[in-house]
Design a binder for this molecule. Structure first.
Ligand code: GUN
Length: 171
């Protein structure tokens, strides 16, 4: 179970404790509170499902702003130590901090090409992937059209949020 229990939280408490589950986007937690939380939402997966629904129902402008709140994978902000705690541990968990100079250069090239094509950064739930798997997915997704890629990014962000909530409950 999540602690504090989401169903017992004021709007301010929910935002304080769960506002960072979606990267720099506390409005997703606020929308879940406005929707109405019951004891059924006190598990990580149930809260994750409701928050995910809030994001799926948001306008495409709001969805794109959440995608844009994500840092590049193996990017300059990561190297400068400027990421949120969650992003730092997710990127390190996939070994992205251990890239060879050639792999960093490949990420740099793909980060630029992807943002040029879609206008937002490449987001993927990296849990269970290593940097080779991430690079393969990166190359494949670069071939998608913009609408497919926006929906794929949103689905991946919802997965990331579920992993973050599960990790929060285990502490
Ligand atoms: N997937 C998991 N964490 C991150 C992140 O910090 N940035 C991007 N782009 N994708 C992620």
């Amino acid at each position: 179970l999540l602690s504090p229990a989401p169903s017992q939280c004021s709007l301010e408490m929910l935002t304080h404790h769960y506002g960072d589950i979606y990267e720099h986007s506390p409005w997703v937690a606020e929308a879940a509170w406005q929707h109405g939380l019951t004891e059924a939402h006190d598990t990580p997966d149930a809260l994750a499902e409701l928050m995910g629904l809030m994001l799926q129902q948001a306008s495409s402008e709001q969805q794109i702003s959440v995608i844009r709140a994500h840092p590049d994978l193996a990017g300059k902000a990561a190297m400068a130590g400027e990421l949120t705690q969650d992003s730092t541990s997710e990127q390190a968990g996939a070994g992205l901090d251990q890239c060879s100079p050639e792999e960093f250069a490949r990420f740099e090239y793909l980060n630029v090409a992807y943002k040029e094509k879609f206008g937002f950064p490449f987001v993927i739930a990296v849990k269970g992937l290593d940097r080779h798997g991430i690079l393969d997915a990166f190359e494949a997704r670069l071939n998608n059209d913009a609408a497919t890629e926006r929906q794929t990014a949103i689905e991946q962000i919802i997965r990331i949020a579920r992993f973050r909530l599960r990790a929060r409950a285990e502490q």
